[in-house]
Design a protein around this ligand. Structure first.
Ligand code: FES
Length: 197
């Protein structure tokens, strides 16, 4: 059985066509059939595929086309799934590794749809020292998901972020863009209740 590292290396070294990329347990693998694109992927939704195709058509001949297309897709659809990355690479005639490299390098790009609400944990030094790891543990335990994941009902995404400039309030959470300081694990159930109400 191949390791995750081997699979990713394989993806980066392969020319895409006629493959589609699929994501299994967070790892890109190759599949021969476009039919295997998950039903909920934007590539399987006509109106969202129009957005992707339009972004490609408008930027294909421009310098920096990969970044331009990814920006458009992220901005309008909210994420760039592994299948979308494969499709964009195919249409722009560039290696999948190039597209995947950009998506994974910039935190602006998300590979999975985000939930209706986002809770970010500041991983800056002040917040880390003040107890953000314990807050993260509490959140993971309560929601049964990891950082970077969304609850199965699509309601809440947990993310990390860098210093938001409120170090005197450490440890800090950012709940739907609202900075909330001096948080403690025992306050997390209340935060969750408020977000879900
Ligand atoms: S380190 Fe968290 S707000 Fe600065």
């Amino acid at each position: 059985m191949k390791s995750s590292t081997n699979l990713v290396v394989e993806v980066q070294s392969l020319s895409l066509e006629p493959y589609a990329a699929l994501c299994v347990k967070g790892v890109l693998i190759m599949s021969r059939s476009l039919k295997e694109i998950p039903e909920n992927d934007p590539l399987n939704k006509a109106e969202q595929k129009v957005i992707i195709d339009q972004a490609i058509a408008e930027n294909k001949e421009r310098p920096g086309a990969v970044m331009l297309v990814l920006n458009e897709v992220q901005g309008k659809i909210g994420h760039v799934s592994p299948c979308m990355q494969a499709y964009i690479a195919q249409q722009l005639n560039v290696p999948l590794g190039q597209v995947h490299g950009v998506v994974t390098f910039y935190s602006f790009f998300k590979q999975q749809p985000r939930g209706k609400h986002t809770i970010k944990f500041c991983l800056g030094t002040a917040c880390y020292v003040a107890g953000v790891p314990q807050l993260i543990e509490k959140a993971k335990q309560m929601l049964n998901i990891e950082l970077g994941q969304t609850t199965p009902d699509g309601q809440i995404t947990l993310e990390e972020c860098r210093c938001v400039g409120a170090c005197s309030q450490a440890p800090v959470l950012v709940v739907n863009d609202e900075v909330q300081g001096k948080q403690r694990p025992n306050k997390f159930p209340q935060i969750l209740k408020k977000v879900q109400s």
